[in-house]
Design a protein around this ligand. Structure first.
Ligand code: ZN
Length: 463
């Protein structure tokens, strides 16, 4: 008698592309092997299929015995997964020490599994080097419902539900507060103050600081003293200083100011790009190519990228295919670093993962940098999602300063201290000293006479 569709559905709900052990009994011996290619075939009759490698003894055993059971492992049953995958050295009898139960068909059932399905072979199809075995479910139990043991490749890199390090051991933090942060402030900050704060940031363990934007002084008055700032800061030989430019003239100014790197970009949003540079996206890409050429000739390291890569206020969500196409063209210009900016703070962890996973193989070996804004409170969640997707370069601003003069309602970048604090607590090294950056944010708070968006600096002791 097959099981009811209800019970069958309940058992299937326990299998979230998790790890299963297929068991059977052959010549009086229990047989078991780890199998991930398990799926349902029909609800009524309740049919499931498993794919078994013809080379394996267990395949012959299932074929001969005509019965098998599927055991779905829970998150604590990694050991079973490895034993039955034959990946546990020194294990000769896979069932040694395991107290199995015997199902109706005679197949052994492992203890503590999320659910099991006991089957009679209904049909076998030839799948080349595999057999596709379809079984009719005779009995099932899913009372052990919990979290499944997941893995997605043969190296057993498992899901985040398990304490396995899946993040890069270090992250590169690029401080952009002096550029992205200050350009969003309408109160003019005296040059001497800027110099003092940048000098303090230079001593905080940061290895990259973006000090100014070399744009037209009438467009962004706050940045009119870009050259003066660069002339007076005390350069730390361990720090790479960069400047932002929107055109060839800006690139030349960055080089003349003695900075090592120029940051240039095109917006994926037509409206935003026009507001930013007065150009269409297409013209922006052509200008970018020219800027790369000039920067190279001046000996500058070039970081180029796409702004509003995750959407803009005016255009809404931007089609990832458009961003991918732009990135492909920018890479062809020959850049040292590729940046993706969520200028309007519209990314979410899933969108970050999707876009980054598409782009990373294409961008490699050029580093991919994410520039995130915390406009909707998803900044650090996006950092984590990016880290999980293999990105470990981030733009951050001390105190969570920032915005964009051409994006209505745009708020701060992710805060340097908050990002560093999260990463370091998770064992990811940044080299940045939270206390020293926090001290700069506290000075800034006093200077502006308002609380900044960052969280961690508020906790640091005040001098
Ligand atoms: Zn920004």
């Amino acid at each position: 008698m097959p099981v009811s569709p209800q019970a069958f559905k309940q058992a299937l709900s326990q299998w979230a592309s998790g790890v299963t052990v297929v068991t059977t009994t052959f010549n009086g011996q229990p047989i078991g092997l780890t199998v991930s290619s398990f799926s349902s075939v029909s609800l009524n009759p309740p049919l499931i299929s498993v794919c078994l490698d013809k080379k394996l003894y267990a395949c012959t055993a299932v074929e001969q015995s005509g019965v098998f059971a599927v055991n779905v492992l829970d998150m604590h049953q990694m050991e079973y997964g490895l034993i039955f995958a034959g990946m546990m050295p020194g294990v000769e009898d896979r069932f040694a020490g395991i107290e199995v139960r015997t199902a109706v068909t005679g197949s052994p059932i492992l203890p503590g599994v999320l659910c099991w399905l006991d089957c009679r072979v209904w049909q076998i199809y030839d799948g080349g080097d595999h057999l596709i075995v379809v079984g009719e479910v005779q009995a099932t139990d899913s009372s052990g419902a919990d979290t499944p043991l997941l893995y997605h490749n043969r190296l057993w890199r498992r899901s985040e539900s398990l304490d396995v390090p899946t993040l890069a051991p270090e992250a590169h933090i690029i401080e952009v507060g002096p550029r992205d942060g200050w350009q969003a402030e309408t109160t003019l900050i005296p040059t001497a103050t800027k110099v003092e704060l940048i000098d303090a940031l230079s001593q905080a363990g940061l290895r990259r600081i973006q000090v100014a934007s070399f744009v037209h002084p009438q467009k962004v008055p706050q940045m009119a003293d870009a050259e003066a700032v660069c002339a007076h800061i005390r350069r730390n030989p361990h720090v790479i200083y960069s400047g932002l430019a929107l055109n060839v003239k800006g690139v030349e100014r960055v080089a003349a100011a003695g900075l090592q790197q120029v940051d240039i970009s095109v917006s994926a949003s037509e409206v935003h790009n026009r507001k930013n540079t007065g150009q269409s996206v297409e013209d922006g890409l052509l200008s970018l190519e020219e800027m790369v050429r000039v920067a190279r000739a001046k000996g500058l390291s070039v970081r180029a990228g796409v702004q509003c890569a995750f959407g803009s206020v005016e255009d809404g969500v931007i089609d990832p295919r458009k961003v991918i196409g732009m990135v492909r063209r920018i890479l062809a210009f020959g850049v040292d670093e590729l940046s993706l900016a969520d200028s309007a703070g519209m990314a979410n962890p899933q969108a970050v993962r999707r876009l980054v996973q598409e782009l990373r193989p294409m961008v490699k070996p050029v580093p991919l940098v994410l520039h995130l804004h915390d406009t909707r409170g998803m900044g650090l969640a996006n950092v984590l999602s990016a880290m999980r997707s293999g990105v470990n370069y981030f733009d951050t601003a001390f105190g969570g300063l920032g915005g964009c003069p051409f994006i209505p309602g745009a708020t701060g970048n992710i805060a340097t201290e908050d990002t560093v604090n999260m990463l370091e607590n998770m064992g990811v090294k940044t080299g940045v000293e939270v206390a020293k950056v926090s001290a700069v944010s506290q000075k800034m708070e006093a200077l502006l006479g308002r609380k900044l968006d960052g969280k961690v600096y508020k906790l640091a002791s005040r001098q």
